[in-house]
Design a binder for this molecule. Structure first.
Ligand code: FEO
Length: 161
């Protein structure tokens, strides 16, 4: 049995994960429009993963007989300056999600909620990977600066995801 505040926070996290999906879909649409097809592919797949993250929370709430609230979502930003802009924003967003997950772990510990604490460990590890993925791409994009060949090479690599 989870506490009322944990139930509320897990529902808020479902919303945050779907918002992540919307943000990455918006980035995918921008990238496609600007012929960065590799980045578009990367971001569509990232959005799909975020939906899976959300659904894992939904399934967990079902397991513990919690209430599930389907959230309303805000329209995400749709205009970006460059690929670097996209991935820097993605990295900042992932850091925000990490801080949210860590806060959930803190609440689970405070509530003596060992089951939710154990469930959340998957997300703790996943966030290390999520931040790393975005950080590596930001580093590569900074390395090539505004050289078109380098940018196209990175975009092509992202298409292989
Ligand atoms: Fe669901 Fe990208 O964190």
């Amino acid at each position: 049995m989870i506490t009322a505040r944990m139930e509320k926070e897990l529902n808020a996290q479902i919303k945050a994960e779907y918002e992540s999906a919307f943000i990455y879909m918006s980035m995918a649409a921008w990238a496609h429009k600007h012929a960065y097809f590799g980045t578009a592919n990367f971001m569509w797949k990232q959005a799909k993963e975020e939906e899976e993250h959300a659904m894992k929370f939904v399934d967990y709430l079902k397991d513990v007989d919690g209430n599930i609230e389907i959230p309303g979502l805000a329209k995400p930003e749709g205009s970006f300056k460059s690929l670097l802009d996209i991935f820097e924003k993605g990295l900042e967003h992932e850091k925000y999600i990490t801080s949210r997950i860590h806060n959930l772990v803190t609440i689970a510990d405070e509530d003596g909620d060992y089951a939710t604490s154990d469930f959340l460990q998957w997300y703790v590890s996943e966030q290390v990977e999520e931040e790393r993925n975005f950080r590596d791409i930001v580093k590569m994009l900074k390395m090539v600066s505004d050289h078109a060949n380098g940018i196209m090479m990175i975009d092509s690599k992202l298409g292989a995801r």
